[in-house]
Design a binder for this molecule. Structure first.
Ligand SMILES: [Zn+2]
Length: 264
């Protein structure tokens, strides 16, 4: 049983990170400072008061509206905060206070930001790739992972390489860019971090979640068939997160185990 005080503390920490991620998602692609100025209304530029700026709660206190001009804030801000808080608690429940908890939490926060920036702007900023490469060097140098560096290097080639060939193939068939180079770079970093076995699973789950999302978007007629552009970063992120959430600290994975039991 996890101490509720620890869980609550982690939740508060997670939603605060989510609040910062909202700033990153909005400002990073526009090359704006992440720290100045503070949060303000996009319509009337009135700064958000300290007590209205509490993650998740602030949205409900303000009822999703600016106190001065009543223009509405997107509920997405509160959802990003809530998701960041919940996922921090789930990762703690799965991995305890181990290095995996810190590595996977940090990774998940980055993937949340990547997902929404890619949805908004169809780009994955290079800053994330550089941050990822530095993190990988630190993780392997200090042996924070059970994965051997050769396993990581092969994972990077599988994850990034598969997306690269699919991108080339897709461009040849569709005569337009399908999987961008940003996705390939993200695949390289993720593959390097999680190794061969998890890279293959993460790729499967990426395409699986993309398939489900396309069906849902088509059902609700939300798929923009004119541009037909679908950012793939969110599905790579979802596939990787699902892989982490179904794995155990000793390197097993429930989906892979289930598959092997059922098929062989
Ligand atoms: Zn306002």
């Amino acid at each position: 049983m996890i101490d509720p005080v620890i869980l609550f503390t982690l939740f508060v920490f997670g939603i605060s990170i989510g609040s910062f991620l909202n700033v990153v998602i909005f400002r990073l692609p526009k090359n704006m400072s992440l720290f100045f100025p503070g949060s303000h209304c996009f319509s009337c530029k009135t700064p958000v008061r300290f007590r209205d700026n509490i993650p998740v709660l602030g949205y409900f206190i303000l009822k999703g509206k600016c106190r001065s001009c009543e223009s509405t804030f997107s509920s997405r801000y509160a959802l990003v905060e809530l998701f960041s808080g919940l996922i921090t608690c789930v990762l703690f429940a799965l991995y305890g206070f181990s290095q995996y908890f810190f590595i996977y939490s940090f990774l998940t926060y980055a993937l949340i930001a990547i997902t929404f920036i890619d949805l908004d702007h169809f780009i994955i900023p290079n800053g994330f790739i550089i941050l990822g490469l530095i993190s990988i060097m630190i993780i392997y140098y200090f042996d924070f992972t059970p994965i051997h560096w050769e396993d990581g290097a092969t994972g990077a080639l599988i994850f990034g390489g598969f997306l690269f060939f699919l991108g080339v193939f897709g461009e040849f068939i569709l005569r337009k860019e399908s999987i961008g180079f940003g996705d390939v770079k993200l695949g390289l970093v993720l593959g390097g971090l999680i190794g061969i076995k998890y890279s293959i699973l993460a790729l499967y789950l990426s395409f699986f979640s993309a398939g489900i999302a396309i069906i849902i978007l088509m059902a609700f007629k939300k798929l923009n068939t004119v541009s037909g552009q679908i950012p793939f970063g969110p599905y790579i992120s979802a596939g990787t997160l699902l892989t982490i959430l179904t794995s155990t600290p000793n390197g097993d994975n429930i989906i892979i185990d289930w598959y092997l039991r059922t098929m062989f």
